[in-house]
Design a protein around this ligand. Sequence first.
Ligand code: ADP
Length: 910
Amino acid sequence: MACSTAAGVEATALLSPRPAPSSVVRRRLALACRTRHRSLRVAAQRPQKSTTGADPLNGSNVQSDEAAVSTAKERQRNYGDGDGISNLQLEDLVGMIQNTEKNILLLNQARVQALEHADKILKEKEALQRKINSLETRLSETDAQHKLSNKGNFSDSSLGLEFDVLKEENILLKEDIEFLKTKLIEVAETEESIFKLEKERALLDASLRQLESRFIAAQADMMKLGPRKYDAWWEKVEKLEDLLETTANKVEHAAMILDHNHDLQDKLEKLEESLRAANISKFSCYLVDLLQQKVKSVEERFQACNREMHSQIELYENSIVEFHGTLSKLIEESEKRSLENFTGNMPSELWSRISLLIDGWLLEKKISYNDANTLREMVRKRDSCLREAYLSCRDTESKEVMDNFLKMALPGTSSGLHIAHIAAEMAPVAKVGGLADVISGLGKALQKKGHLVEIILPKYDCMQVDQVSNLKVLDVLVQSFFEGKMFNNKIWTGTVEGLPVYFIEPQHPANYFWRAQYYGENDDFKRFSYFSRAALELLYQSGKKVDIIHCHDWQTAFVAPLYWDIYANLGFNSARICFTCHNFEYQGTAPARDLAWCGLDVEHLDRPDRMRDNSHGRINVVKGAIVYSNIVTTVSPTYALEVRSEGGRGLQDTLKVHSRKFLGILNGIDTDTWNPSTDRYLKVQYNANDLQGKAANKAALRKQLNLASAYPSQPLVGCITRLVPQKGVHLIRHAIYKTAEIGGQFVLLGSSPVPHIQKEFEGIADYFQNNNNIRLLLKYDDALSHCIYAASDMFIVPSIFEPCGLTQMIAMRYGSVPIVRKTGGLNDSVFDFDDETIPMEVRNGFTFVKADEQGLSSAMERAFNCYTRKPEVWKQLVQKDMRIDFSWDTSASQYEDIYQKAAARARAAA
Ligand SMILES: Nc1ncnc2c1ncn2[C@@H]1O[C@H](COP(=O)(O)OP(=O)(O)O)[C@@H](O)[C@H]1O
């Protein structure tokens, strides 16, 4: 118990706030004293045994607390009230040490007293023992005498009396002995408590030593803090005290002056009062004069003010008139400018809107076919009256606009064409690959050439709606046939890149275009045969006299047989069909019966010379389009040659049969979208004359992709592609490793619809994860693609076959030199830098022929050599590439030419 208490004392001393240690020690001492009191109770009962009780102990304790407080205060005075933590700790320690010292002293005193008492008690015990011994001897003697008298028939009465006294004495002695025995036990207890006190003292000694060492450490800390700091503080405090005193004195002085002032004020008031009484009559006369003068001067000033105000008002009114004049001039000018802007900067947007309005009115049966056609003709001719009419009332009710238009509807003739593209993609609203770029690029180029161009697309749930301006649903449902029934279609209109676009939203339970992806559904054949039929139905029901219906790839190849087998028979026969195959790899085959879904006659079409596939019993939609279209094109002259043999994927014979209407026209690129001098995705815009921006974009991409950037001239190779076998995935993989080997950097942006290819590239991406020269980004990211084109020095396109390929052209426009395999459109757009058989001015990249690693490696090495060893030559090559015209202009002219010829034949036939 004593041990645990002592430990408690120590723990409390170390952890508790200031008052705790002394109170605990006090409690312990009181306990010890109480034990001592108990042991000395016997002695206390005897008058001669005096006690040194608990009071002095408590008293000395109180004194020690006060002493500690005063010491702490003293210390505070010496060091000021500076660093709170050190002072408090120090104060605690000092108080505790002093208390503990006092307590140990008290315990020692108590121990000495207890030992003295124990000594006395022992002596008393010995005396009592001696007495007991003598009494016991006497008792035994008495007992013996008693036995003897009993034996000798005691008759002596005095002896009997003595015997009784002795007996009584004997009983008393026995009681005394018992009492003394209990006292002896108590003495033993006292010894035990002394022993406990000893132990407690030892513990207190130990804690005292600890406290002393902490005190020394605290003193050392104090020394470190530096007494000068405290001296300075103390000085400051003294100064403040002085200041306080001086201020107090001043306040006192001020109060005195204030009192004095009050007295003076009183006196002054009294004096003034008496003075006023004395002068009142004289002052009033003077005052009246003064007032009259004042009134006169105020009147004069008032009149002057009035005059000034009038002139100011006049000026103000004049400036208001002037302001109104300027304002109306500005309004007029801004209206004129907005008109100019609208017609100048956005002519296609304006005409597309007008054209959509006319189509809407016709579909909603608000205007007749004839009126619609007349108005469309005016749109095509960019009729200025129509434009003015639209601009003057475009904010009014649609009815008013329509009435104005109808007033102007006059018959006319034109050489321009009405072209409708029916497609599954369009950039940037619904883009998967190059097809999307062609639709908007070619459409815009044809529009610029004065043709009326419209686009019809499915309304996909996943399309980029934010890329459509003025998107709205028409107040009409267009019905179309499918699987023996009629289905409603919602028709949405809007403009994309200034082109008028119709979006068809089928009201079919299968939700054909509500699949969160463009392609890759099990029922793609159904989805797109439905769309092809609905698109033609839309054209038919809107009563348009379209000249060219241009369909693209297998998804809309159904249009050709549908048009000639169904719609031409309904009188909708003004149009000629152009079909472009962007890739003969995808031909759209299905069991013959599936053709019936969209209303095609299976029996009539499932023939070797019509739609039956050349190598199996299914029907082939691309073959059907080749057979049924008036014009068939593909996307580059070389590819057009290639597909006439093996590249035709089984359709070479069909192409040969229809070779007179088949040609290859090289795609262009949309030079507005792909323009490094205006590209909003780039860190810095640049052009061929100023290539600094290109370096800045390279640095930015390196930073963005966490690539090493120590050597700005380290060549960066880019690759942006769908990862499909056509693109030469094994060569792309080789290019990555080759680049790492020859000290370049490589960035790949691409994803694959083929699971094992995607997985393989994920593995390569993981492998190079921590390599700061190689980065693989396996996703579709339009913004990032712009940055890669701009940042890269070289661009890899190692395709096995490539119908046209746009990436090599975009790369050149951004100053990235292409390294390509000589195939399809790559062969028509990239010419080897080292090929001396071709003129120097057209050499723009590095090519290889065989689709193997050696071919690619050698082209890459040549490019790297030129880049590192001949920087000036390289720079000229970059500038030359950037200046090549890859716009749609030339290609659109070729399309225009074949459209015109087909339309002329149609007119002649009519
Ligand atoms: N992962 C991707 N992220 C962004 N754009 C891509 C990606 N892959 C391809 N593209 C773009 O798609 C178009 C590819 O066109 P093209 O070279 O004709 O190939 P294809 O039509 O066979 O896919 C280019 O505009 C290219 O920038």
